[in-house]
Design a protein around this ligand. Sequence first.
Ligand code: HMG
Ligand code: MG
Length: 299
Amino acid sequence: MAFPTTVRLVEVGPRDGLQNEPEPIATATKLELIDHLGAAGIRYIEAASFVSPKWVPQMADHRDVMTRLKRRDGVTYAALTPNLKGLEAALECGVEEVAVFGAASEAFSQKNINCSVAESLKRFAPVLERAREANVRVRGYVSCVLGCPYEGEIDPAKVAEVSKALYEMGCYEVSLGDTIGTGTPLKAKRMIEAVSRDIPMDKLAAHFHDTYGQALANLYAVLEEGIGVIDSAVAGLGGCPYAKGASGNVASEDVVYLLDGLGIETGIDLDKLAATGTWITQAIGRPNRSKVGVALVAK
Ligand code: HMG
Ligand code: MG
């Protein structure tokens, strides 16, 4: 199959990128990050997470972030909402789009959201219903699509089953998460093949973490399959608090460089994005995990 001509980047840096940071990050820093990302041409930013502050303290300022961020025309600012409580709060804060998050692994579902996969789907149903009433679109995540920190190998059929359930429930797009970054290209292709038997390819997104350095190779593989939406985090920030050892998302700068080289449009200004990666990593005292970002700044 031919590569897509355009790819939509979903920037998850302010949420996935920061949620696991041990030291508190000032709300002002998060707001500045979101603003820089919009200025670099990113059109979809996952800005906050309306989860329990006991579970994820770093996202406790979700209301402040969502109400104070400087909205730019044409940019969607989204948030995670695991349940009705999270959704109601997000709606009060004027969220434009939300996401529910499930898993293809029972053990990970328990650790991450404290319920079984079946129970999580039951909890998402009223979230989708309420969001529909409020005219807010819902994205669905499936974690552990290429491996689980607790269960190891994950059957692509299980990924397909959970993805299908989210799609049929009304999620407009299903984002497939290699939460611990253990996937390799052929595995990624097989997983996408299995999921796309039930869901059109243009309703799927790739959300790959780079723990084992395979994320770009995996993305190339799924671009060949026709994937047109990619989740990434500036400077490769991130990790999931309930997946020990999981490092950052694939770096947005690296993804944009790859796509530019393939002649695939993103509408993103790579230099501005790289400058954002340099700034945020300095602001929070983290290494910049984007090779492209580091190379561009060293030029
Ligand atoms: P629970 O303890 O089973 O929930 O947690 P509960 O309903 O029994 O409530 C317990 C307490 O949490 C109560 O407070 C609730 O009010 C409060 P208390 O009475 O004890 O003071 N609570 C909330 N507070 C704020 N916002 C809410 C909310 N809900 C309940 N929405 C729950 C269940 C889902 C809430 C919890 O497990 C949780 O917050 N989990 C979030 C875990 C998380 O955020 N993980 C990281 C995101 S997922 C990820 O990173 C993967 C992804 O990137 C894709 C990939 O890479 O694979 C998306
Ligand atoms: Mg993630």
